[in-house]
Structure formats: C-alpha cells, structure tokens
Write a protein that binds this ligand. Structure first.
Ligand SMILES: Cc1cc2nc3c(=O)[nH]c(=O)nc-3n(C[C@H](O)[C@H](O)[C@H](O)COP(=O)(O)OP(=O)(O)OC[C@H]3O[C@@H](n4cnc5c(N)ncnc54)[C@H](O)[C@@H]3O)c2cc1C
Length: 386
C-alpha cells in the first residue's frame, strides 16, 4: 500500500493551485458582488485554462481531453474546491461523463464540442415534483416518424443559461426512462426564470420547459429505456469529483483561513489559538478533513482498478459534504463577528457549503443506500479483510 503522490501528480496539483490563485481568486469578489461572471472575463478564463491543458481533464485524450486517471482527476477537483463554482465551470469545465455514451455521429455533434468547451452541456434530471425520486419524473418523450416528441419541464438546472445543450431524462414508457441531448433553440424549448439560491452566486439555476419539442432519433443517448441507467452509473464519478473532492478542497481552504486567524487574532493579550476551546475546533476539523480526503482517494483508486465503488462513493458523499459543513461552521465561530461579516469570504463559504448535503443525492438518500447495502452484504462494507 503506497500513499505517496508521484512527481507528476505533485506538478499537476501545483499547476492547478497556481492557476486558481492567479486567475480565479481575483475574480471571486466581483462575481459575489455582481451575481454573475462577466462574459469577456469568462471567455478569457476559459482560453487561458485551455491553453494550459486544464479544460476537460476528466475526458479521454483521444477526444481532446486531459486523459487523467480518476485519482489524478480527484487531485485536481480537490483544488477546484478552493474557488467559486462558476469559476470552476468556466476555467476547467463540468464535462459530464454520461456523454461518453455518445456513439457514431453523436460524438462529433455533442461529445467532442463539450470536451473542447465550444458547446457547454448541463444535466437535467430534477423536476418540481421529482427530486430525490429521480425516477418519478413527469417529463416524457413519445416516438414519432421523425424521432421523439418531448414534453415536460425541469428545474434547478445549474449553468442552464450558459449551456448550449442539455442532457434530459424523460419517460419513454411506463417504467422506462431515457436520456436525450436537447439543443437550446429548438422550437417549443423555453427557458424560465433563474431560481435565486442561498449561495453559489454567479451560477444560474434555471427552469426549463418542453412543449412538443421535436427531437431527432440521433438525440437519444444509448438505447431507449437504457440511457437513464447509463447516465446514473456515470454520475457516480461526478459525485465523487464534484462533491466529494471539492468538499475536501473547500474544507481545507477554510481550515487554513481558520488556523491563520487563530494565530493572528489576539484577545485577553494572547492569540485565540492558545485557547483550548478554539484548539478543539481546529483539531476536529483537521481530523475530519483528513478522514474525508482518504475516503475520496480510496474511492478514486477503486474506480481506477475497475472496481464497483458505488457504496464507497455514497459514503464519501455523506462524509465529505458533512465535514465541509462542520468545518465551515467552526470557521465562522473562530472568526467571531468577522466570520458573519461580508468583509471576509467566510460567510460566503458558509452559504456555499450548505448545498453539498443536498445536491447529487441528499445525505438521507445516500445513508439509505449505505444502510441497505450493509444489511445485505454485511461486513464487506466496513471490514476490508472480509
Ligand atoms: C443549487 C442547486 C443546483 C442543482 N443543480 C441541478 C442540476 O444541475 N441538475 C439537476 O437535475 N438537478 C439539480 N439540482 C437538484 C438537486 O439534485 C435536488 O435538489 C436534490 O436531489 C434533492 O431533491 P429535492 O430538492 O426535490 O428534495 P426532495 O427530494 O423533496 O427532498 C426533501 C427532503 O426529503 C428527504 N427525503 C426524500 N426522500 C427520502 C427518502 N427516501 N428517505 C429519507 N429522506 C428522504 C430528503 O433527504 C430531503 O431532506 C440542484 C439543486 C440545487 C439546490
């Protein structure tokens, strides 16, 4: 068992870290203040990242991506957690793995442009009446001579405004669910309001409406009735990367700020870091961050070995998201009034952290998955020697 990182991995982390410090961090306050990222700045950020080979690093090299292993990708995603959601999207891309199921002409039309960042894709599963119960959707597609006719609607769709096409889940039978690539601009496809959120300022979250949208046969991902399963499987790694690893990165970043403040801020003629109750908040944060990090790395390693890591990723989703929540809450406490004040970014991190326990499956849903699997498989889920 080797826990060390090799020189290439260290260099990769260093490159991403430097890019975030030099190119993303200076934009954070502006995004927070304006509630959006200026288009020209978004384009510039994208071009610089792309020139360094930092866009679409999770995608295969043959498609123009970075060809990173799951573990190497996780190391980058951890660094992404140090900055704001919208800046990660523009600089590094959220190129979703389900698109890798594109075949034939779909590859040039949807997959390759997504990897290149010339066409951005959003993933749309959630509806007002179907969130945790992702199979309970009402959006449906009916076969006709020209392909499929799509009706229904989605909400909370991250980055919907910027996206050129959407991966949409729709019922294609009583129980069958399929995935479709739906281009913006098709007749009958309209975009609703931007649903304002507690955090993640700068990333729009949109409602989408489909009213008799005619789709070509080519818009279907995988086989009818199978695409949803394919997509949900591929979303596992997205959950590990975009929630698990980013939560660890964000918690580390916040912890660093908390430690810096504890070493600087003086009360009663001494550093607040000298008080044992402050030390406990730091110690608990460090313990939990390290535990979450190794869970993330282990799950990524399992994926690289071709092992089924579904349960491990569910555990990561719960533990990393909840660790972030506890760490950022302690950070507000250690910063005192300044933790609550908008002059420092701690209150922003506090707001941004809250969503980690909700999207990509709530903590309750993942706990349910873990409990059911454990009741079925027993010690295999908590004792590596079994
Ligand atoms: C900022 C943001 C961005 C998002 N981006 C996207 C996106 O890009 N694409 C997309 O498709 N979706 C997106 N979502 C949707 C997100 O994935 C859902 O909000 C999430 O899955 C929860 O669904 P819900 O909000 O309908 O809550 P509900 O499913 O209504 O859950 C409400 C509560 O009930 C609990 N609950 C539900 N079922 C069970 C159960 N079986 N056992 C125990 N407890 C249960 C939940 O844990 C939760 O506490 C986004 C949401 C937000 C807020």
């Amino acid at each position: 068992m080797d826990f060390s990182l090799n020189d290439e991995q260290k260099m990769l982390i260093d490159t991403v870290r430097r890019f975030i410090a030099e190119e993303c961090k200076p934009l954070e306050d502006e995004v927070e203040h304006n509630g959006f990222l200026d288009n020209a700045k978004a384009q510039a950020l994208h071009s610089k990242a792309k020139a360094l080979g930092l866009y679409g690093m999770n995608m295969p090299e043959a498609l123009g991506g970075g060809g990173l292993s799951n573990l190497d990708r996780i190391l980058c995603e951890e660094q992404f957690g140090h900055t704001s959601d919208i800046l990660i999207r523009r600089a590094f891309g959220n190129v979703y793995e389900p698109l890798l199921h594109c075949k034939g002409a779909q590859i040039d039309r949807w997959l390759k442009p997504a990897v290149a960042g010339t066409r951005t894709c959003a993933i749309t599963i959630t509806e007002p009446g179907a969130g945790s119960d992702a199979a309970g959707i009402k959006t449906h597609a009916v076969k006709n001579d020209q392909g499929w006719v799509l009706n229904g609607g989605k909400h909370f769709i991250s980055d919907g405004e910027w996206s050129d096409f959407f991966l949409v889940s729709a019922k294609t039978g009583d129980k069958d669910i399929s995935m479709f690539m739906v281009d913006k601009g098709l007749a009958g496809f309209t975009v609703g309001k931007d649903q304002k959120m507690m955090g993640l300022r700068g990333t729009p979250h949109l409602e989408l409406f489909f009213d008799n949208v005619q789709l070509e046969d080519a818009a279907l991902l995988g086989e009818a009735g199978q695409g949803f399963k394919l997509a949900m499987g591929a979303l596992n790694v997205v959950r590990l990367a975009q929630v698990g690893a980013r939560a660890v990165g964000k918690a580390s970043h916040v912890c660093e700020m908390m430690v810096g403040w504890a070493n600087e801020r003086k009360q009663f003629n001494t550093k607040i870091g000298d008080f044992q109750m402050v030390q406990q908040m730091i110690a608990d944060s460090v313990i939990e961050i390290n535990a979450a990090r190794w869970m993330v790395y282990h799950a990524a390693w399992m994926l690289d070995q071709g092992l089924d890591a579904r349960e491990q990723i569910a555990m990561v989703k719960v533990h990393a998201a909840e660790t972030l929540g506890r760490v950022v809450d302690r950070a507000v406490q250690v910063f005192g009034g300044m933790g609550f004040c908008k002059e420092l970014p701690i209150e922003r991190y506090y707001r941004d952290a809250r969503i980690y326990r909700i999207y990509d499956g709530t903590s309750e849903i993942h706990r349910g998955v873990i409990a059911k699997s454990t009741l079925k498989k027993g010690a295999a889920l908590f004792d590596v020697n079994r």
